[in-house]
Design a protein around this ligand. Structure first.
Ligand code: SAM
Ligand code: SF4
Length: 352
């Protein structure tokens, strides 16, 4: 397969010997620039989705290792004011479990230039939080929802909380968050029959649905390509009930391929990270709750900004270390290559 077919950037020259240009931005050896920062606020969660966490939870990060609000605020400020980050998404673990979340959001939204501020959440406590989060400066939300069936939700997440997710979604819409996006991971033999019902539900409620192919990031290392419901299969299921036409326009760095449903304006997205990787357009940089920067979900190494922060480094020293991390980003995630190995941290500890 060619680089383009693998979703890899086209290589010009030798990336290993290319000199980094004198740019303040998070540029890499393949010509990409990271402008989208994913911040994990905690590795803890109040659900136990079977594909993400074992029933007993994980070995949580020790509290002293976590960035406090001031440290976190400083790193986000450096990213936005020195490194050209334009979008900040809070995630986890479950970001709504982070004490002081509203203040973290308010501090982020107060930066100049103001970044777009969004969050990915399981939505459990969104019903009582949405209005406050919007007042603090939250612009967008993605709520994860893998099933419409309460019994299945209980089996999948090991908690009987589907009604809370529905209430959270409604509250998000009422609080003015737009669009309210829904993230769904389909799994064979678990919820693969719900593509059409989930899209119907989202169309009826005015939510924008995106399916995400399951990736090898589970702590149990149980991911099996054969169990992954592929983008092709999802689209085939949807096409049996809806007409889908590619949304016109440039996708930019957005991971989702989007389709107009029955002529639009409603759209559905499919994020085919495994079968149609989009690494060539990747514009992400990631910060874990314990202050490590990663240039990819799948990278095998991290850059320790917490040690720098706590060691008295200046803003520019921290920014420079972050630039160095971005520069060595790999061409692609490598899931489809021989010799691929999962990163040590699971999705919930990196920030999904
Ligand atoms: N707890 C929040 C939530 O569930 O939205 C935020 C963190 S969660 C890790 C972020 C997203 O990652 C969720 O939509 C979840 O379904 C998805 N996810 C978790 N493990 C995944 C995997 N192995 N492959 C693809 N998506 C995954
Ligand atoms: Fe928690 Fe999100 Fe992982 Fe589910 S997917 S266990 S809600 S972190």
């Amino acid at each position: 397969m060619t680089a383009v077919e693998l979703g890899l950037p086209v290589v010009r020259g030798n990336p290993d010997t290319t000199e980094r240009p004198d740019s303040p931005l998070l540029v890499d050896r393949f010509g990409r620039t990271a402008t989208d920062l994913r911040v994990s606020l905690t590795d803890r969660c109040n659900l136990r989705c079977t594909y993400c966490m074992p029933a007993e939870g994980l070995d949580w990060l020790p509290k002293p290792d976590l960035l406090d609000d001031a440290e976190l605020g400083r790193l986000i400020r450096i990213a936005v004011t020195r490194l050209g980050v334009t979008d900040v998404r809070f995630t986890g673990g479950e970001p709504l479990l982070r004490p002081g979340l509203d203040d973290v959001i308010a501090a982020t939204a107060a930066l100049t230039p103001r970044p777009r501020v969004s969050m990915t959440t399981n939505g459990l406590t969104l019903a009582k939080r949405a209005a406050g989060l919007v007042a603090a400066g939250l612009d967008r939300v993605n709520v994860s929802l893998d099933t419409l069936d309460p019994k299945r939700f209980l089996r999948l997440t090991r908690r009987d909380r589907l009604a809370d997710v529905f209430a959270g979604l409604e509250a998000a819409r009422e609080a003015g968050l737009s669009p309210v996006k829904v993230n769904t991971v389909l799994m064979r033999g678990v919820n693969e029959d719900e593509a059409v019902p989930l899209l119907r539900h989202c169309l009826e409620h005015g939510y924008q649905l995106r399916f995400i192919e399951q990736m090898p990031l589970d702590p149990q290392h149980g991911w099996d390509r054969a169990d992954m419901v592929t983008a092709e299969e999802i689209l085939a299921a949807l096409r049996a009930e809806f007409s889908l036409t590619p949304e016109p326009g440039d996708r930019g760095g957005a991971p989702a391929e989007r389709w107009l449903v029955d002529g639009g304006p409603a759209v559905v997205g499919v994020i085919a990270s495994v079968t149609r990787p989009f690494c060539a357009a990747c514009d992400r940089t990631r910060l874990t709750a314990d202050g490590q920067v990663r240039n990819c979900l799948f990278s095998q190494s991290e850059t320790d900004l917490r040690a720098l922060l706590r060691g008295g480094a200046s803003d520019e020293e921290i920014a420079d270390r972050w630039r160095g991390n971005a520069w060595v980003k790999a061409a692609g995630h490598g899931i489809n290559s021989a010799g691929f190995s999962q990163p040590d941290r699971p999705m919930s500890a990196i920030g999904g």
